[in-house]
Design a binder for this molecule. Sequence first.
Ligand code: SF4
Ligand code: SF4
Length: 140
Amino acid sequence: MDHNEWESLCDGCGRCCLHKLEDVDNGDIYYTRGACELLDIDACRCLDYDNRQKQVPNCVQLSVKEAQYFDWLPSTCAYRLLAEGEDLPLWHPLITGNSESVVKAGVSVKDIAKPLSDITDLSDEIILLRDALKVAVDEA
Ligand code: SF4
Ligand code: SF4
């Protein structure tokens, strides 16, 4: 898989760009509504993807070699699914040909994420990410 093919696996959901909290006792990860400061919430896109690690040092660069560590990614993420031997979901833009299918499948964070500036305490913003639809979505 070349670089462009690898990048195209990202469905643009923005879920990995939400701040997470870790339970220090058991390592469990909790997603919150708090969006990374570089996330354009409406577009679910990184505002400076090429330079993101300079601006946000803990932004993880996903690579094939690290696939065994992808269990912190949301269960809908294509990188995690492929690492676990699963197929791409039917709503994935590579299958539908339309990025809006991610929104229709209920996977995008555009309607649930909040800028950090609107949040006082991240622990009040913990969310359970919805599972995605298991079926194809109509053309968006
Ligand atoms: S969770 Fe996965 S598919 Fe969604 S934006 Fe992050 S890397 Fe892309
Ligand atoms: S730097 Fe960009 S890609 Fe990384 S978490 Fe923030 S918005 Fe997402």
